[in-house]
Ligand binder design. Structure first.
Ligand SMILES: Cc1ncc(COP(=O)(O)O)c(C=O)c1O
Length: 474
């Protein structure tokens, strides 16, 4: 057997008799996709009348109709051939103008490249900016693709900006002092990956911290791969600061953004990069080698989200205002759902300790005390959050992701997405989760913070508070 065959192939008994790239041993994955397939399988088995879906990194709302109408119009006009490799100039001009306005710094179309989804720039940045021996810093916990691709391309040169964990409150925080220490102790850091609002925690890194990071950039000269793909999904009195808007940071930022999350277009695969011109030039070359171009229909859509687009003599009207009204309503709904879920989880304190909903559509509650329960450890034999998430799915029909799927700092945590439909998943799902956890506490011989018979009333109060509607839950 060839020792270079990566473990994920041998685990599945898929062992071809060939020699392949040993770096594949370092390639991770995004559990959300694999786990999603398991959820579908459990659903199909018919074991549960419903699976409550809190695992999805997808949007609950559907793509706004005006966007779909533009796409149909483009297809009816047979806009089906190759498009411009970087994005039609008018499309990129619209994006540049919108970015200049919202970020407060001037951009031109030469700072913009369309890409299929938000993801591709992660790989391209690591391929472009890291010479042998240079280092990358990724957040822990963080969106797993950063860690996976950093290791795949630059194993041995990946550093982690670990969130600081307050053991008393179980809260996590990305502290600049920890980043400073990393930079002081390690030479030749070339890329720092920063995501805010963050997946998986839903936390926001505010202006003050970003300003301190900018100071570090000036001192140590590294690029920031700034991922604000959830930039419009911000609430609870928080605001989003773009790293680009800080003095001189335009020259040090590679901005990953796109349509997936804000515009509920995850399956379309449409995103863009904002970066210094010379980097866009390189990314454009890589793009031609990798995917040639984003398809024409989507290029037209990408532009009309911000302004009129004319292609082959036909003008597609801007859908900006109509779409913004729709998505603003989606963001309000996310906010209410996030606050509802966080408060519902607080009913389980100290067994479950949630964070506050700040942005994106995720919460990252600590389940450490649940994992420590006698019944959970000894009777169910659950050793960690990965096994707990499997048990939730296979035995209870409740789907969440393990915090450690996002890095070692997620140990003891669960990632809970509140993107799904409020009435079908969020409200009844939280009521169900409260029941499940209280049962675990009681079976362990401990006194639960809430009695079973109180759950309905307490959840009703929260529904009233956040949704101002009569509670009708099965
Ligand atoms: C933080 C973060 N960055 C990037 C992406 C990738 O976005 P896309 O689906 O547009 O490639 C995701 C998707 O979940 C994400 O959560």
């Amino acid at each position: 057997m060839n020792s270079q065959i990566p473990k994920f192939l041998t685990d599945k008994n898929l062992i071809p008799n060939v020699t392949i790239n040993p770096a594949l041993n370092s390639l991770g994955t995004e559990t959300a996709f694999g786990f999603g397939a398991e959820v579908i399988a459990v659903e199909a088995s018919g074991k549960f009348h419903q699976i409550y879906k809190f695992h999805v990194g997808d949007t609950g709302p559907k793509t706004p109709q005006p966007i779909i109408d533009v796409a149909i119009e483009a297809l009816k006009n047979k806009q089906t051939k190759y498009g411009h490799f970087a994005g039609y100039p008018e499309v990129r001009e619209h994006i540049a103008r919108y970015w200049s306005k919202t970020r407060g710094v001037e951009f031109t179309k030469d700072n913009v490249l369309l890409q299929p989804g938000g993801k591709p720039v992660i790989e391209m940045a690591f391929q472009t900016l890291i010479a042998p021996g240079d280092k990358i810093i990724v957040q822990n916990p963080g969106y797993p693709v950063y860690d996976s691709l950093a290791h795949f391309y630059h194993e041995g040169n990946v550093l982690e900006w670990k969130a600081y964990k307050n053991e008393d409150t179980q809260t996590l925080e990305f502290r600049v002092e920890d980043l400073k220490k990393l930079l002081k102790e390690n030479e030749s850091v070339k890329v720092l990956c920063v995501n805010t609002p963050q997946n998986p925690t839903g936390m926001i890194i505010g202006r003050e911290k970003l300003e301190s990071i900018a100071e570090l950039v000036r001192k140590y000269k590294f690029y920031v791969l700034f991922d604000d793909i959830y930039d419009q999904i911000v609430f609870g009195g928080h605001t989003h600061t773009s790293f680009l808007s800080l003095p001189d940071m335009k020259n040090w930022t590679i901005n990953l953004n796109g349509y997936s999350k804000n515009y509920a277009m995850t399956g379309w695969r449409l995103g863009f990069i904002i970066a210094p011109e010379w980097l866009i030039e390189i990314f454009g070359r890589l793009a031609i080698n990798k995917w040639s171009c984003v398809n024409r229909m989507e290029q037209i859509v990408a532009g009309t989200v911000f302004g009129d687009v004319t292609l082959d003599g036909h003008t597609y009207k801007s859908v900006h205002n109509a779409v913004q009204t729709i998505i603003d309503a989606d963001f309000k709904e996310y906010e209410k759902k996030g606050q509802f879920v966080s408060e519902a989880l607080k009913l389980l304190q100290p067994y479950v300790v949630p964070n506050e909903a700040e942005g994106a559509f995720y919460l990252f509650p600590s389940f450490a005390r649940v994992l420590n329960l006698n019944y959970v450890k000894n009777d169910l034999g659950i050793a960690d959050e990965k096994q707990l998430s499997k048990w939730f799915l296979y035995e209870k029909g409740f789907a969440v992701l393990a915090g450690s799927d996002f890095g070692s700092m997620g140990k003891g945590y669960i990632r809970l997405s509140y993107a799904e439909d409020r009435d079908a998943h969020i409200i009844p799902g939280m009521k169900y989760l409260l029941n499940v956890v209280i049962e675990l506490i009681e079976k362990s011989g401990e006194v639960a913070p809430l009695k079973m018979e109180e759950i309905g009333g307490r959840v009703s109060e929260l529904v009233q508070k956040y949704f101002a509607e009569e509670l009708v839950i099965a």
